[in-house]
Design a protein around this ligand. Structure first.
Ligand code: FAD
Length: 310
């Protein structure tokens, strides 16, 4: 995917979408249809998440394979802890065979019910170990992304050490960074500059999640330890029982953040779709980074019309 970034003109904005594998077969079929529609929005590539401990390995691979098969460059997330022996190699081999050549290499979170994380294997203590493993075993076959934390990682007592560890991931062979969600652009920009000063030169792509629903937003930001600026929290509390108003607020906030980031020189954006297409579509339309709906429908109709050989 970094070749795709390099091929863009310097000032051209780009965006990626993230989806997670649904629990049921019918959910998977529906999502594949939705991804097909989302592809008309021209994301530069697509991300598919991976359940902690490999809990979604089959569906993650199936979804990533389907997305790649639709002609969307796809990046598969992969964690390296709490996995059964052999799962990593098996997954990497299967991904490569399916043409999925981009990974987001992660450590993973504690297993359900456990508060703190402890390494289950000496070989894989941190995401850097997975980056090294893939580089040693597969050379340059995969383009490797890693996670970054503008507000610091929850386990990390020292924010500068966190940036040092991110530098270490780059030195181990990482090609790009996707960040944890955040809602304070100034906090992101300060951290971004610290990363650049530290010598992190690979693309750093901020994670943006348009808010869809008040309760799930609070649950998710609590889980990730994301700070919410007090004015945003106050706005949301006022409209929390009106789902449509929350969605509109989420779209407007994402647009405002992305405009601010773009003005600060950020070109790439990682959009967490929560498997829904409407909010990201509204965001990209408001930014005028996609054609209006009518023109998109025409283009996709033209794309899918069979040629008559004439
Ligand atoms: P690491 O980089 O290993 O960092 C974890 C902690 O260890 C940090 O405190 C760091 O400062 C410290 N550390 C790092 N390197 C060293 C070192 N060499 N020595 C000492 N300390 C070190 N989880 C999933 O299960 N599935 C997903 O699909 C998924 N997708 C994600 C996508 C993004 C964009 C992000 C930001 C997170 C995602 N996660 C996912 C969550 C992720 O697994 C957790 O945040 C996890 O707690 C840390 O993963 P990491 O790869 O950042 O770990």
């Amino acid at each position: 995917v970094t070749d795709k970034i390099a091929a863009l003109p310097d000032d051209r904005p780009y965006y990626t979408f993230e989806c997670f594998p649904p629990k049921t077969e019918s959910g998977l079929v529906n999502l594949i249809d939705r991804i097909d529609r989302m592809s008309a929005l021209n994301p530069l590539w697509m991300h598919v998440t991976w359940g902690a401990g490999g809990s979604t390995q089959e569906r993650s691979l199936e979804l990533a394979g389907a997305s790649q098969g639709m002609g969307l460059e796809t990046c598969l997330h992969l964690t390296c802890t709490n996995l059964e022996q052999g799962v990593l190699e098996k997954t990497l081999d299967r991904a490569k065979k399916a043409g999925i050549l981009n990974l987001l290499a992660l450590r993973g979170d504690p297993p359900r019910g456990e508060e703190y994380w402890t390494a289950s294997s000496d070989d894989f203590q941190h995401a850097t170990d997975l980056v090294r493993f893939v580089r040693e075993k597969y050379g340059d076959a995969f383009c490797i992304g890693v996670a970054g934390y503008p507000e610091g990682h929850a386990d990390s007592p020292d924010k500068q050490a966190d940036v040092d560890y991110l530098f270490e991931k780059q030195e181990a062979g990482a090609d790009f960074v996707i960040t944890q969600l955040f809602y304070d652009v100034d906090v992101f920009m300060q951290w971004y500059r610290r990363c650049r000063e530290r010598g992190i030169t690979i693309p750093i792509i901020p994670g943006i999640m348009p808010i869809q629903n008040y309760l799930s937003f609070r649950r998710m930001t609590n889980l990730c330890g994301t700070q919410i600026p007090p004015e945003i929290l106050a706005d949301l509390e006022r409209i929390q029982h009106d789902d449509a108003a929350v969605k509109t607020y989420g779209v407007e906030l994402a647009v405002k953040m992305m405009r601010q980031l773009y003005e600060n020189g950020i070109r790439g954006f990682h959009l967490c779709t929560l498997n829904l297409e409407k909010s990201v579509t509204r965001v990209l339309e408001a930014l005028e980074w996609v054609e209006p709906a009518e023109a998109r429908t025409r283009t996709s109709r033209q794309r899918t019309l069979p040629t008559n050989g004439g």
